[in-house]
Design a binder for this molecule. Sequence first.
Ligand code: GLU
Length: 288
Amino acid sequence: MKSAKSVQSFVTRFAPSPTGRLHLGHAYSALFARDAAGPDGTMLLRIEDIDLTRCRPEFTAAIEEDLAWLGLDWPKPVRHQSAHLLDYAASIDRLAAEGLLYPCFCTRADLAAAAGAPHGIGLIYPGTCRSLSAAERMDMIGSGRPYALRLDVSEALRRTGPLAWTDLDRGTITARPELLGDTVLARKDIRTSYHLAVTWDDAIQGVELVTRGEDLFEATHIHRLLQALLGLNVPVWRHHKLLLDSAGRRFAKRDKAPTLRALREAGRSAAEVRTLAGFPDEAAAQPG
Ligand code: GLU
């Protein structure tokens, strides 16, 4: 007999970037998204390929091959962000017309110097270019200096007022986008960014529950602000742990973590890999 407890259903998504082969950490993330959708829910697949220098079509094909092998399926056609760059640019234009963005001419070296750190990693932008005058901006743009567009977070928050969002595991969270500073919404090379594209797509695709690694927890603050600024639907979120290898390190492409293909070629079955990723099949998990 079916349990009387109703299981909620959601539209969720798995949104990898095709910059390499999927590894066990990705398998965990994809299986988490599928599981979080609930038995009657839907997990979408989205290819996050705005970074044309790092993404490769062969990795996109490999993602679908690996996920299908793992036993996952998803509605077709799959959304590829690279096919929607004009939509993101239109949102950027809208925010710019509302006076919420400003051009930032800082180079990586400028940012590192401002942070007093060698790499500028984890830097909160000190707002250097926010105070440039309109004439200075025009001059620098006119002279061909490349620039990114940053969100003026305090002005944006002034217009939206206080915001909150729901993490199904942690409860109601007050949005604090200022923790990330004036984030880049349009990079120097493309008229969008991870934050803008992911927020726009989740709304356009009707995603109801966003699942992502807890390393991106802070990003959700800025996404909530963007939803308010662009009048988009607000989903709920879950931020999952990051799967660690036997040495306690997170799986990462740069560490040459074993790929799903390598595991498959070494003779591991999909069921074994699902178990390794922390999602054993129900029958296998039953004692006895
Ligand atoms: N594309 C992002 C990644 O590969 C994840 C997107 C998200 O879940 O926000 O890390």
